[in-house]
Design a protein around this ligand. Structure first.
Ligand SMILES: [Zn+2]
Length: 309
């Protein structure tokens, strides 16, 4: 019998919402109503959202930075150099994103299964700063949580969001047990993730960056996926975190790639099979970016349908 697949439907996830920006709470409600429209809710188990504790945030972030976010909450201005506005309630909303990712990890480990959480995958935050609408990096916290709580060491982070996951890459560049594959558009924020960046020191060769030019299409993505397969064939993993950002689909208002939801389907199939083969089926999928609501319906639903196969 295949394991039950889980998701999180909790409106507190919509609190992570930047006023006047497409990264807003509507993305959560779009996901939920797309599941309802497709009649998929009855096929899924559900887990709860929750706030991360201070101790959990400290698994990755500095005490000073956590205090800074708490202090800035609702005071106006930005948490970084002009991307991430400190809206009222941002401290709590950010802790909910992280806590929910950690709940997803716990469920995936306990039941050897896969969990999709729509709001998460905040890959631009660093240990001491915010970046690109990302306050706390739930992926980096999640990796350290897997190591500390679950004693899981060999972890794959796979990111198909249109932006490079700089906060994850640079935080683990020198760690050989953290494998990273990152697909992204060349030349947009944050401007990092060149193909020569493959890890440092004893971790050289444990990271793979695949860049796309403006207007890249599915066939380009699938070529990239072949390279990723070669990379994955050489590694052994115990847990997978998949950042399934859909800002790489055609029509996104802030990026310039022309993929369809087929890329989400193909990547989910690949990673799901890898998780089943090597990691007792354990994987979490984080929604990541994606600012055209129609693409959220297409891409994230494609991921869920593929997980349910
Ligand atoms: Zn993005």
């Amino acid at each position: 019998m295949t394991a039950k697949i889980y998701t999180v439907l909790d409106k507190t996830l919509s609190l992570y919402s930047f006023p006047g920006h497409p990264f807003n709470g509507q993305r959560y409600f779009t996901f939920k109503s797309a599941l309802e429209k497709k009649d998929l809710i009855k096929s899924l188990g559900q887990i709860q959202a929750r706030e991360a504790t201070q101790r959990e945030l400290l698994l990755f972030h500095t005490r000073e930075y956590i205090e800074f976010v708490k202090e800035k909450d609702g005071k106006g201005g930005y948490l970084d150099f002009g991307d991430t506005p400190a809206f009222k309630g941002i401290f709590k909303a950010s802790r909910i994103v992280t806590g929910t990712t950690l709940n997803s990890i716990d469920k995936a480990v306990q039941e050897n299964t896969k969990v999709f959480t729509p709001v998460g995958g905040l890959h631009h935050a660093f240990k001491n700063r915010a970046g690109g609408f990302c306050v706390f990096n739930d992926i980096c916290i999640g990796i350290n949580y897997l190591r500390e709580k679950h004693k899981i060491e060999n972890i794959l982070y796979f990111d198909i969001d249109a932006h490079h996951g700089d906060g994850v890459y640079y935080s683990f560049a020198s760690e050989p047990n953290i494998f990273i594959v990152d697909f992204h558009q060349k030349g947009i924020f944050p401007g990092t993730g060149g193909k020569i960046e493959t890890g440092t020191g004893k971790a050289l060769g444990t990271k793979l960056n695949i860049e796309f030019e403006v207007g890249a299409e599915d066939k380009d993505f699938l070529e990239g996926l072949e390279k990723a397969k070669e990379f994955l064939n050489k590694i052994k993993v115990e847990f997978i975190l998949f950042q399934a950002g859909c800002d790489s689909l055609k029509g996104d208002p802030i990026t310039y790639l022309n993929f369809t939801e087929r890329v989400h389907r193909e990547t989910t199939a690949l990673l799901s099979a890898l998780a089943d083969r090597q990691a007792n089926g354990r994987m979490i999928i984080l929604g990541g970016g994606g600012y055209l609501l129609l693409n959220i319906e297409k891409a994230w639903i494609a991921v869920i349908e593929e997980l349910l196969k």
